[in-house]
Design a binder for this molecule. Structure first.
Ligand SMILES: *Cc1c(COP(=O)(O)O)cnc(C)c1O
Length: 363
């Protein structure tokens, strides 16, 4: 069962990161933990582009995504939707008993800033959710343009999911005016799943203080209170926090700018492979993700067979399409620790497997 993941999360985790997780446990109320927690903050704040605290949540990203809408919505939340994860955020908001509006775009189309403006101008909203990089269809929205609109509505708390774009390109939280910025461990950060990271503004905390029924485990106020003591509300996933420490060392020894450039370059290499074969990108032109390529299966290849060959002969796995896009698209990740060398090996395997892959009858 040894193969390498090129699906857009979870992705391959380095031996260094895995080894970091095997360190002995420490008490989560000990001075050792406080020192560890506080040592992470400067690097995390630099990566988030913020002076606000960065909380560590023992959950996958959804814990922080659900907790955030619950903690800041009093009137109504506007859910911007253009793929599976952003669609689900609307469902989650409704399940939390919140008033929520679905602002829908076709999967693969970016969120339109002017449509956001039109909705927010109704004055009905005090929160908005937005996914920067819709991993399900490989579509990246224009975050600066959308945030320029959102900033004009000071009552609206912005909650932005950067799960699959975080640390792969600049996303300066404070400069953009993002109130709550969320990411998870198993995507762009190349760690095992189970840790969410979120940075929260003072404005968002002031709002949360007025919200009833925030619960406990994902309550932003609990995170803040504990953060002030260098701790988390409940026993955190210590092993993943060791992994995070190790990953931050990697990121800062490579350099943030070099890391961004590496992602952009590797993304282009995979993109050009697909285009040269005759596929097209699924998302709208100019809105492809920097951390994955989602190709439309315009050649009608048998994606299940393709992946089976890749897995059995080349020991790697790509994604055969998310949800309703299964069989119609395929996704290849370039997140994490990939290099020109590992992507060259991937391309070689893709080429070889492609030659052996049958076509399916056109639908
Ligand atoms: C993977 C992903 C999530 C969900 O993350 P979980 O770790 O499964 O909670 C949310 N948003 C985006 C954009 C994702 O790619």
């Amino acid at each position: 069962m040894s193969y390498k993941l090129f699906i857009p999360g979870p992705i391959a985790v380095s031996a260094k990161t895995l080894t970091a997780m095997t360190q002995p446990m420490i008490g989560h109320r000990s001075t050792d933990f406080v020192a560890l927690y506080q040592s992470l903050q400067p690097h995390l704040q630099e990566l988030f582009g913020t002076k606000d605290p960065v909380y560590l949540s023992t959950s996958s990203a959804w814990g922080a995504m659900e907790g955030s809408v619950r903690s800041v919505t009093i009137k109504k939340v506007l859910n911007c939707m253009n793929g599976a994860f952003s669609d689900k955020w609307n469902d989650v908001s409704v399940r939390c008993g919140l008033q929520a509006t679905a602002l829908k775009f076709e999967w693969g189309q970016p969120v339109d800033p002017e449509a956001v403006r039109k909705e927010l101008a109704t004055g009905a909203y005090d929160a908005i959710t937005l996914i920067h990089n819709e991993t399900s269809c490989g579509c990246m929205s224009d975050l600066p343009a959308i945030m320029a609109v959102v900033r004009q509505f000071p009552d609206v708390i912005s909650i932005v999911d950067t799960v699959s774009s975080f640390s792969a390109m600049p996303i300066p939280k404070d400069e953009l005016g993002i109130d709550i910025m969320i990411t998870g461990s198993q995507k762009a950060l190349a760690m095992p799943p189970g840790l969410a990271l979120l940075s929260v503004s003072k404005r968002a905390l002031d709002r949360a203080a007025k919200v009833q029924g925030r619960g406990y485990y994902f309550d932003l106020i609990e995170f803040q209170k504990n953060h002030e003591n260098g701790m988390t509300p409940s026993t955190p996933t210590l092993a993943l926090i060791y992994a995070l420490k190790s990953k931050l060392e990697d990121i800062f020894s490579e350099g943030i700018v070099a890391r961004h450039q590496r992602h952009a370059k590797l993304n282009q290499i995979v993109k050009h492979w697909g285009l040269a074969k005759g596929f097209v990108l699924f998302p709208k032109e100019g809105h492809g993700s920097v951390t994955l390529n989602c190709f439309a299966n315009t050649l009608n290849i048998d994606l299940a067979a393709f992946n089976k060959i890749l897995k059995s002969k080349h020991k790697l796995v790509i994604d055969g399409g998310y949800g309703k896009l299964k069989g119609k698209t395929f996704r290849i990740s370039n997140m994490g620790d990939e290099t020109e060398q590992t992507i060259a090996e991937l391309i070689k395997a893709l080429d070889a497997a492609f030659l052996e892959t049958p076509k399916v009858a056109a639908a």
